[in-house]
Design a protein around this ligand. Structure first.
Ligand code: KPL
Length: 299
């Protein structure tokens, strides 16, 4: 195995805790949240087993954090709308060339970070499912796949290295030279699932029942042509199959947007639906379903 680097994870939510619980076993890791929190993390594995994992949980303001080695990479696991301010704060504490790995949903923060951050910006698209439990728990609801790349495909070696460490930690991770396509595909999935389940407060699998089933199909009918108009290649089995396969695979999940609504947090409406409405405007195409969905989705 290669010598272990130091990574920081910024964001103590579900994905931040999940990545921390797994990565801490193979590299030197600090999980950075808004508040210093008690270690260890309680990691509930998909098998049903629970592990107490000793994770260094700290804040950017904690002096002790800065006595350790500088991070070789910072994983951004904040919500999309909180990422720019988190990165501004981070900038005062790390070398400006530090590579970032963006785990954010949607396709809004990734281009902005790529333009503004001096170092490499990797983006990941993951189908790992997780939700938080209390102050120190994370439930790994379903294993998935994580693809890593960067928007201009300028950092393939770094992306492969990052995938290597994720694999060492037990994830299935791959470099993807076409990560932009992958991010848009995930955005299509999130747009068809998250706003509806958040509004009606249902689990993903309930979308298979009417009247939701019809609503999902109508949304997909609008999204597919729109994304193709943006140069996104349709998935091999088509947009409907892509979305319905995820609904079936995550039937028991409470989607991230539903978790946000239930916890009274802001949602990722802008990151997920905003880029679609912007594409519709660019293409001068009418998308009444997406517009209604945007207005009906809590912000
Ligand atoms: O990514 C997700 C989310 O919850 O944000 C889906 C795929 C909808 C699974 O719940």
């Amino acid at each position: 195995m290669r010598p272990s680097p130091t990574w920081w994870i910024l964001g103590d939510g579900a994905l931040g805790r999940l990545f921390a619980a797994r990565l801490t076993t193979t590299l030197s890791l600090h999980l950075i949240g808004r508040r210093a929190a008690a270690s260890p993390l309680r990691y509930h594995a998909p098998s049903g087993e629970t592990h107490e994992v000793d994770v260094a949980r700290t804040t950017l303001a904690t002096q002790a954090l800065h006595t350790y080695a500088r991070p070789a990479l910072v994983v951004l696991a904040t919500k999309s709308h909180a990422t720019l301010s988190a990165v501004e704060e981070l900038a005062a504490h790390v070398d400006p060339q530090t590579p970032l790995l963006s785990l954010q949903n949607g396709f809004s923060i990734q281009p902005r970070l790529t333009e503004t951050w001096a170092g490499p910006v990797l983006c990941a698209s993951t189908t790992e499912g997780a939700y938080v439990e209390g102050d120190a728990g994370v439930v790994h609801a379903g294993t998935g796949t994580t693809w890593v790349g960067d928007i201009h495909n300028a950092w393939p070696t770094l992306a492969r290295d990052c995938a290597y460490w994720l694999n060492q930690a037990g994830f299935s991770a791959y470099h993807d030279a076409a990560i932009v396509q992958r991010l848009w595909h995930k955005l299509a999935i999130n747009a068809a699932i998250n706003p509806l389940v958040a509004r009606y407060r249902i689990r993903n699998g309930q979308l298979r029942d009417q009247p939701f089933r019809r609503m999902v199909d109508t949304i997909i009918d609008e999204i597919g042509p729109l994304l193709e108009g943006e140069g996104i290649i349709p998935p091999p089995a088509g947009w409907h199959t892509l979305v319905w396969e995820v609904i079936v695979a995550t039937a028991n999940n409470r989607a991230s947007m539903l978790q946000d609504v239930l916890a009274g947090r802001p949602t990722e409406r802008e990151a997920i639906l905003g880029p679609l409405l912007a594409a519709a405007k660019r293409q001068r195409c009418s998308t009444p379903t997406l517009e209604t969905l945007y207005h009906d989705t809590p912000s």
